[in-house]
Design a protein around this ligand. Structure first.
Ligand code: F1P
Length: 349
């Protein structure tokens, strides 16, 4: 098998897998939709591990958009430490690609012991698994199942389900329908920027990677960081954009690439950070809804996502090109993206 072939296929298949996932959502969520009024009054604990913890961080930010209380925690935190106190019996949103990660299973069990009246919603890709079977409700991105270790289409597809769930709980059906724009926007993005992932990926003069994202984009920036580490064994960090000046930029400079997930909410302030990092000798790449007034930002370019969606809707679009760049960098370093060093598909303890 060609090294990385599973990873390549899984990344490139995201438009059709997103389409199928979104088409499956209404029937999966019908019973949940009927309980939306009660659920949105309850606090949410959102959990996962590694990639799915970062997905939890992004999902919690989408719930915040609608005024829902939501706290994202790694599963192990829910197992070994007391969760934040809540005034009402919470809902646990447990996210797991495999449904078999030990810490996530333990987190659901701990939640059940601590909150006998609590409700568990699972988001996964595999139906008959412990996390899914322990849940009261489940949303599955079955078409996003993967054979490679590092999550790519599974992450973005499960995130789509989390976005659609949050909007459904809030009664925002327009936001749910707007997600249908994403598959076509990704096809166009892949075509428009077909050369960038390989150009960046094969540029081994880049040694350190920094991903910046705010609000719902912070969890996604963390996922881009993790993908870069997992696939390429490179130095990668993630921060809220303006946080980068408060110390971490001390290691920016020649040989580093600062990637900003520019938002519509704070584009000017976020773009200024990139300008400052260019002054330190860093190379910079910006991803934004539209280039427009920010045309000169980004030594490596400003990628227009052209989704027609807001900060909370367009999130999945920030990742596929960076996933592909990590795939190419892994191959350029003689690594096999399908079998990342030291990693297994699931952590079972
Ligand atoms: C999560 C996980 C991640 C890791 C890698 C493999 O498993 O172990 O922590 O980053 O992506 O998957 P899951 O609970 O989502 O199946």
């Amino acid at each position: 098998m060609t090294p990385g072939e599973f990873t390549r296929q899984e990344i490139l298949s995201q438009p059709e897998v997103w389409q199928a996932t979104l088409e499956s959502f209404p029937s999966q969520a019908s019973s949940l939709a009927g309980q939306a009024a009660g659920l949105r009054r309850r606090p949410f604990l959102v959990t996962g591990c590694g990639s799915t913890y970062y997905l939890s961080v992004a999902a919690a930010a989408v719930l915040h958009r609608y005024g829902l209380q939501a706290i994202a925690l790694p599963a192990s935190e829910l197992v070994y430490y007391s969760p934040p106190p809540t005034l009402e019996t919470p809902v646990l949103l447990a996210i797991s690609r495999s449904g078999t990660t030990s810490e996530t299973i333990w987190a659901v069990e701990a939640f059940r012991r601590r909150y006998p009246q609590g409700l568990v919603i699972a988001i996964s890709t595999v139906p008959a698994t412990p996390v899914v079977e322990m849940a009261d409700f489940r949303l599955l991105a079955a078409q996003a199942q993967e054979r490679s270790v590092a999550q790519t289409r599974s992450f973005t597809s499960m995130y789509l389900l989390a976005q659609a769930l949050a909007s459904t709980l809030a009664g925002d059906q327009a936001a749910v329908a707007a997600l249908d724009r994403l598959p076509g926007a990704l096809v166009a993005l892949f075509e428009r920027e077909s050369g960038l992932p390989r150009r960046l990926g094969e540029d081994l003069s880049l040694e350190r990677f920094f991903f910046l994202g705010g609000g719902p984009l912070y969890g996604l920036a963390c996922e881009a960081m993790l993908k870069t580490k997992e696939l390429t064994c490179s130095w990668a960090e993630a921060y809220h954009p303006l946080e980068f000046r408060h110390g971490p930029m001390s290691v920016a400079g020649p040989g580093s690439l600062v990637v900003s997930f520019l938002s519509s909410s704070a584009a000017g302030a976020e773009a200024a950070v990139l300008g400052d990092m260019q002054q330190l000798g860093s190379r910079t790449l910006a991803l934004a809804e539209q280039s427009g007034a920010l045309d000169n930002i980004g030594t490596e370019g400003l990628l227009s996502l052209d989704s027609g969606l807001d900060d909370w809707g367009r999130g999945p679009l920030y990742l596929p090109l960076l996933q592909l760049a990590a795939y190419h960098r892994a191959l350029a370093k003689g690594l096999d993206p399908d079998h990342p060093r030291n990693l297994t598909m699931v952590v079972e303890l």
